[in-house]
Design a protein around this ligand. Structure first.
Ligand SMILES: Nc1ncnc2c1ncn2[C@@H]1O[C@H](COP(=O)(O)OP(=O)(O)OP(=O)(O)O)[C@@H](O)[C@H]1O
Ligand SMILES: [Mg+2]
Length: 246
């Protein structure tokens, strides 16, 4: 990848607001993600993380503002083809099997050698033995694993993961962490909302902290530590500090 490709914006969000009646989900937000960046999206419950991601992937219509993915306008066919999304609550079909879900997704994204890739992913998340089972018979964690597999199996260059660690056991969290590192090494752009700071601390090049729909802190961990003047602060300490009510 050349230097100029690296600096090309993969996601551009300009002056985005999303209002729900008098509730504000996202408030005049500006954001740029560059190709190959892994960015963590943090913020307390109700901060607007899921609303922001849903607006970007085309599931919610912004009240105001512009969004484009690799130059394609949000919600367009090309923008959708460029991006994959793992929702905070898995959206799966109870009467389809695990395998059928992945067959469908890989077909839609025209993934080559999909059977091999699906097998490796299901084995990694230890749900290979469930491949022919209907989703309605899976446990909560297994559904989350399948939802993740559906997101990461696509060959989309940008991935939006909304709290991907929720419901996973410690081993699956470790596997997901390794998978995120692998996707990063492949040059994918990742935007990951989470409350679990530890698993993303090492892979994120930058974190964004949202509160009441606005970005209240942004930068590398290094930058945030310097802003706080605390050399050894963990991401957790930084989070508690910046989101504290003053
Ligand atoms: N469909 C909706 N109708 C009305 N208000 C909504 C709707 N969806 C979200 N909101 C409001 O928008 C704000 C942001 O919610 P959002 O779900 O984006 O938060 P979040 O940061 O993802 O929180 P969490 O960490 O709990 O997932 C909240 O005040 C919420 O009540
Ligand atoms: Mg959310």
């Amino acid at each position: 990848m050349t230097e100029s490709e690296h600096m090309q914006p993969m996601l551009e969000v300009y002056n985005l607001s999303k209002k729900f009646g008098k509730n504000i989900g996202v408030d005049q937000l500006n954001l740029i993600l560059h190709r190959g960046e892994v960015v963590g999206l943090l913020g307390p419950n109700g901060a607007g993380k899921s609303t922001l991601i849903k607006c970007i992937v085309g599931l919610l219509r912004p009240s105001e503002g512009e969004i484009s993915i690799n130059g394609h306008i949000r919600g367009s066919r090309s923008a959708r083809q460029m991006s994959a999304y793992v929702p905070e609550i898995p959206q799966l079909y109870g009467m389809l099997s695990v395998w059928q879900h992945l067959q469908f997704i890989t077909g839609a994204y025209e993934v080559e050698n999909w059977e091999e890739k699906v097998e490796a992913l299901l084995k990694m998340f230890e749900i290979w033995d469930k491949k022919d089972d209907f989703v309605k018979t899976l446990s909560k964690g297994m559904r989350q694993k399948l939802s993740l597999c559906c997101g990461v199996i696509s060959n989309a260059p940008v991935l939006f993961l909304d709290e991907p660690m929720v419901g996973l056991d410690p081993k699956a969290i470790k596997n997901l962490k390794d998978l995120i590192q692998k996707l990063k090494d492949e040059g994918k752009t990742l935007f990951i909302s989470t409350h679990l700071l530890d698993p993303i601390e090492m892979v994120c090049s930058r974190v964004i902290v949202l509160k009441k729909g606005k970005i209240i802190a942004e930068g590398s961990l290094e930058d945030l530590r310097n802003q706080l003047g605390e050399e050894h602060a963990s991401l957790e300490e930084i989070f508690l500090e910046v989101t504290a009510d003053v």
